[in-house]
Write a protein that binds this ligand. Structure first.
Ligand SMILES: [Zn+2]
Length: 292
C-alpha cells in the first residue's frame, strides 16, 4: 500500500515571529518575503550567508564560509503561487561574524527608525551602539549616518506635506463635527511666501455638551512636544461626575507665553460657557501667570 504523503506544504511563514525557523515545505507569500526572512535569520544567527542563485522564481542560499554545509533552497510553486522551501541542510559549523553584508540599508531602516523618530538629534555612535546591542553587529559610521539622514528627510517631508494640508484638516473636522471650534492661526510667511504654522486649537461639540454636566473644574497645563516637529501642547481637562478626567480642549503652539495662554483661555471661555469663571475651580502649575 502506498504511504500517504504528509502535507507539509501547509505550514505558512509568519513574518511577525521573532525567530526564523526553517523547515521543509514552509510557504512564503512571495520571493520578497523569503529574502527578508533570510536576512533576518542571518542577522539573528550572526552567520554570513549568500544568495548564490537569486531569481524571482528560485533562490538558493548557502553559508559563505568554506566547509560549511548549510544550504537552503526555495522555489515558486506554480500551483499555489507560493514560495516553498524545497531543500534544507541545517548544519552550521562556522564561527559567528560581527560584520554582515546582509545588514544593509533596507534592514537598518527598520532597526533604527524608531530611535531616530524619538530622538532626531541622536548621535551616530549611539545608533551604532544600539545596533551592536540588538544584533551584535558592527555597522560603519558612514552607513549609519547616511541612513539617519535618509530617515530624517523622509519624516520631514511627511510633516511638511501634512502641515501644508492643515486648513483642509480643519475644514474636514468642522464638516464632520458641526458645532465644534477649530482655530488655525498661520504665522509669518517663509521665503516662498507660504505662511508657517503657528497655532492650532480644537474643542469638539460633543465635549462642549458633556462639559455642562461636569464638575465646575478646569485643569490646564502645557508640555513640550518632542520628536521632529517640536512645539508645545496646551491642554484643558475637566472632571466628570465620577471624578474621571477627560480632555476639554487642546492646542498645539510653537511656544507657550502669556499671550498664547490668554488666547487659549479666551477660546475655552467661549466654548465652555464659563463666563468670568467665578464659580469654577481652575488648576494650573502656576508657572505662568496667565490669568487676568
Ligand atoms: Zn555556516
Amino acid at each position: 500500500m502506498k504511504k500517504k504523503k504528509i502535507a507539509t506544504d501547509s505550514v505558512k511563514y509568519d513574518p511577525d515571529c521573532d525567530t526564523v525557523v526553517w523547515q521543509l515545505g514552509i510557504t512564503f507569500t512571495s520571493v520578497k518575503e523569503f529574502r527578508v526572512a533570510v536576512t533576518k535569520y542571518a542577522i539573528q544567527k550572526r552567520v554570513q550567508i549568500e544568495k548564490y542563485i537569486n531569481e524571482p522564481n528560485r533562490v538558493r542560499v548557502r553559508c559563505s564560509m568554506k566547509n560549511c554545509k548549510c544550504l537552503l533552497y526555495a522555489s515558486l510553486d506554480p500551483k499555489s503561487n507560493n514560495f516553498v522551501i524545497r531543500t534544507y541542510i541545517p548544519v552550521h559549523n562556522c564561527d559567528r561574524v560581527t560584520i554582515n553584508y546582509l545588514c544593509n540599508i533596507r534592514f537598518l531602516t527598520k532597526a533604527i527608525k524608531e530611535d531616530v523618530i524619538e530622538q532626531p538629534n541622536i548621535r551616530v555612535f549611539k545608533l551604532q551602539q544600539s545596533i551592536r546591542k540588538k544584533f551584535k553587529l558592527h555597522v560603519s559610521k558612514t552607513t549609519t549616518r547616511r541612513e539617519r539622514a535618509r530617515i530624517l528627510n523622509e519624516i520631514m517631508d511627511d510633516h511638511i506635506l501634512e502641515y501644508g494640508r492643515i486648513l483642509d484638516y480643519k475644514d474636514e473636522l468642522l464638516r464632520s463635527n458641526s458645532g465644534s471650534t477649530c482655530v488655525v492661526k498661520p504665522g509669518e510667511s517663509n521665503k516662498l511666501g507660504r505662511p508657517l504654522f503657528e497655532t492650532f486649537y480644537i474643542c469638539f461639540e460633543a465635549v462642549k455638551m458633556a462639559s455642562r454636566s461636569c464638575r465646575k473644574f478646569i485643569g490646564v497645563d502645557g508640555c513640550f512636544l518632542k520628536e521632529v516637529c517640536r512645539g508645545q501642547l496646551l491642554v484643558a481637562v475637566g472632571k466628570d461626575g465620577n471624578n474621571y478626567t477627560f480632555p476639554l480642549a487642546w492646542a498645539v503652539v510653537a511656544k507657550e507665553n502669556k499671550n498664547i495662554w490668554r488666547w487659549f483661555i479666551s477660546l475655552l471661555q467661549d466654548d465652555l460657557g464659563v463666563g468670568d469663571g467665578s464659580d469654577f475651580t481652575i488648576m494650573s502649575d502656576m508657572q505662568k501667570t496667565f490669568f487676568y
